[in-house]
Design a protein around this ligand. Structure first.
Ligand code: ADP
Ligand code: ADP
Length: 224
């Protein structure tokens, strides 16, 4: 069953004289539980696609449906709540709070939502991500790769139905990349989560159930 659907999704940036057609009538469907890699050269529109799917930016025309619900028909507050319940984001920039410990960063979204913290699950996630010995440290005491794992843990502990990740392994070496993506994949399978990951990494793409290639704002057909 399709959990993410885009309908003629189009995004144009800029003014009349310097418009950029970042996405041109993209139609795609991602099934529940699927692990999809979005690939393509720099500037092809991958990040734009991920942002629109996540309701972080608005399309110029067309729409995104998540679990059959049109994002364009939601009011801002509705969208915020919907996003919190359904979507987990992992960005290239980790956006960790510098004054909070690693543990506090990981559980912050749960606290803000007033959700009971499942400590056992949090521990399982941090152990698999190999940051269980870093929980008391501050983000600036960690390497880039470790900070990225913290950001991934933070997205996972809320158990969103969909995880959207933009180059989540950009700061990891190849051994760690395989481990982290392998873990994401297992977890997605166990919890029926859907994952869409933008990646330049061939190894990451190979682990995906499906590769969607974006070329100049459109889905490249027959090149998967
Ligand atoms: P990718 O993630 O594949 O590198 P992007 O989605 O970031 O591609 O960008 C697609 C195109 O849209 C590029 O030409 C980029 O320069 C342009 N673009 C992206 N975001 C903006 C923005 N906020 N304002 C203007 N142009 C943008
Ligand atoms: P990525 O490495 O994910 O492709 P980008 O460089 O495409 O990152 O984009 C980083 C941020 O800058 C995004 O939020 C994107 O919307 C914005 N951006 C990208 N290109 C432009 C642009 N030409 N003008 C303004 N903002 C842009």
């Amino acid at each position: 069953m399709s959990i993410i659907q885009t309908v003629d999704l189009t995004k144009t940036y800029g003014e009349k004289t310097n418009q950029v057609d970042a996405l041109k009538q993209v139609n795609l469907s991602i099934d529940e539980g699927e692990f999809v890699a979005i690939v393509g050269s720099s500037g092809s529109g991958k990040s734009t696609l991920l942002h629109l799917i996540g309701g972080l930016d608005f399309p110029t025309s067309g729409d995104v449906l998540i679990r059959g619900q049109h994002l364009s028909q939601m009011k801002q507050t509705e969208l915020t709540i919907f996003r919190r319940r359904n979507l987990g984001f992992v960005f290239q920039s980790y956006n960790l709070m510098p004054i909070l410990s690693v543990y506090e960063n990981i559980v912050l979204p749960l606290k803000l939502d007033g959700v009971t913290i499942d400590e056992e699950f949090v521990m399982e996630v941090v152990e698999k991500l190999k940051i269980s010995d870093k929980l008391a440290q501050m983000p600036n005491q960690l390497s880039g790769g470790q900070q990225q794992r913290v950001a991934i843990a933070r997205a996972l502990v809320a158990r969103p139905t969909i995880i959207l990740a933009d180059e989540p392994t950009g700061n990891l070496d190849s051994q760690n990349t395989i481990e982290v993506v392998g873990f994401l994949k297992t977890l997605a399978f166990d919890f029926h989560q859907t994952i869409a990951v933008v990646t330049h990494d061939e190894k990451v793409a190979q682990l995906a159930d499906r590769i969607i290639k974006i070329e100049d704002g459109q889905i490249a057909i027959g090149k998967e």
